[in-house]
Design a binder for this molecule. Structure first.
Ligand SMILES: [Fe+2]
Ligand SMILES: [Fe+2]
Length: 486
């Protein structure tokens, strides 16, 4: 016995002091020899954990995307967009890693554990924002994050390096999401408010303890679980809600494109319309979330691409917000119309919605009044922030047109057929300008003059009287400057 442990000590000392040529780090610095010989999970265990994390991110993606339209707070819509994008991307990475591990791609579309699925059913059905935020940011995301951290510390970086890379990247992004979530909870569901949600938290804690945590590495508790909110399965709600900073949601009183593409108007004031157009894009994630929630049975790459676009559109909205803040302009004085996303979500089929989006985005490609022209206007305005925003907005838009060509055009036959289908669908939801006014939903107030005046003050220039009098609405003209049919 004594001899054996002496041998072991000698061997340990040997690996501890083993060194590469001229002292170079061994194993490319991934592990010391001692770590590498002591550490590691079997392929089967790594696959088991990856399958659970894969499923958890898929379910979480559905919840985040599915609650964008019906959640009123703008910042939370933006956060759900980013965090859904992280889920969608890592689902792809993990699925391909699983396929590399002697594992046929079976079982990726089924819940690996009933309790894990029950957990996400409950969070999806959370009846109010507070319960939803607690479910996502106090349980789901920290749980996924912990699963990646456990994988990182348990797997062998040499044997299982591809998993190590994927888990490392995912743990970074889920770590960021977790930090954001903690701050969001502090603002919206602080500890004193959380007391009222004690039984909800207890239920989620119980479900996860039966499931052995999100990654299934904790001991599994035995207890009877009863569904609470998911007794009747929660269905997708497409009606769009906004927080109280968004007033006059039916207003279509200022036609941004007519000003933007009027060659007689100088570039600088147009920057304001560019910021307005960007921030108005809050309606694109709201609308795309309904497509993602209602289209079933596509390959995951479809959901990944569409979620990437959804997140890009959320970024565009925040770029507009940044523009206004950079000028000291209070954007809450500007009405951001809700009717596009709301009408599309509630009146059109998912295929029609996607075709409308495609038609609009194809319309942004021509040089004369498209994205390139918006960028040229921004450059000509000599406003550096606006130029950068438009530069990336244009790049993103090229990608979005491609996403449409990849996924939508093949379904509708041809580019021309898709545009025709999109045009008809768009006209179905755009003709209510006068009705909204007649019904007292809006006066279509001209919000432009005070905003233009405030910006001129910031720029230290005199407002142009002709521009102050700008008063072109959307009554007869669509945002793509096509006349609305009578
Ligand atoms: Fe956009
Ligand atoms: Fe876009």
């Amino acid at each position: 016995m004594r001899q054996k442990s002496d041998d072991k000590d000698t061997l340990n000392r040997y690996s501890d002091h083993y060194s590469g040529y001229a002292g170079l780090p061994v194993l490319v610095g991934l592990h010391t020899m001692s770590e590498a010989k002591a550490k590691g999970l079997a392929v089967q265990e790594v696959v088991r954990r990856l399958k659970r994390l894969h499923w958890a991110m898929k379910r979480l993606h559905g919840i985040l995307v599915g609650r964008i339209a019906s959640t009123s707070i703008y910042e939370i819509k933006m956060a759900f967009s980013l965090h859904a994008h992280y889920c969608a991307e890592h689902v792809v990475g993990i699925a391909s890693r699983i396929r590399e591990m002697r594992e046929p791609p079976y079982g990726l579309d089924e819940a690996p554990d009933a309790a894990l699925d029950l957990f996400f059913d409950e969070v999806w059905a959370a009846p109010d924002l507070e319960s939803l935020l607690l479910g996502i940011y106090d349980f789901a995301i920290p749980g996924i994050c912990a699963g990646f951290h456990a994988l990182l510390s348990d797997t062998n970086r040499l044997f299982d390096h591809p998993t190590y890379r994927i888990a490392r990247f995912a743990s970074l992004e889920f770590g960021d999401s977790s930090d954001y979530g903690r701050k969001a909870l502090d603002c919206l569901v602080p500890p004193e408010k959380q007391v009222a949600f004690a039984s909800w938290r207890n239920l989620l804690t119980d479900i996860l303890s039966v499931s052995g945590g999100i990654d299934g590495t904790s001991p599994k508790a035995q207890m009877e679980l009863t569904r609470r909110y998911s007794l009747t399965p929660h269905s997708y709600q497409g009606a769009v809600r906004r927080d109280e900073r968004f007033s006059d949601p039916y207003n279509m009183g200022v036609n941004a494109e007519a000003l933007l593409f009027d060659p007689t108007i100088p570039p600088l004031p147009k920057v304001l319309m560019l910021y307005f157009k960007r921030m108005r894009e809050i309606d694109v994630p709201e609308m795309m979330s309904s497509i993602l929630s209602e289209v079933e049975g596509k390959p995951w790459e479809y959901y990944r691409d569409m979620t990437r676009q959804l997140w890009d559109e959320a970024r565009h909205a925040m770029m507009g917000e940044l523009g206004f803040v950079s000028l000291g302009i209070d954007w809450t004085d500007i009405p951001f119309n809700i009717t596009w996303s709301n009408s599309l979500n509630t009146q059109l089929t998912p295929l029609e919605r996607h075709a409308v989006l495609f038609t609009i985005e194809q319309g942004l490609m021509p040089k004369k009044n498209g994205k390139e022209n918006e960028w040229e206007i921004a450059v000509a305005s000599a406003n550096k922030l606006s130029s950068l925003i438009q530069d990336f907005d244009w790049a993103d838009e090229i990608l979005h047109a491609r996403i449409g060509r990849d996924w939508l055009v093949p379904q509708l036959g041809s580019q021309a057929a898709t545009l025709a289908f999109g045009n008809v669908a768009w006209s179905k939801v755009l003709v209510d300008w006068r009705r909204w006014k007649d019904e007292g939903l809006t006066e279509h107030r001209n919000w432009w003059p005070p905003i233009y005046r405030a910006a001129c003050e910031r720029w230290g220039i005199e407002p142009d009287s002709a521009l102050l009098a700008y008063n072109t609405t959307y009554e007869n003209t669509r945002p793509d400057l096509k006349q609305i049919a009578e």
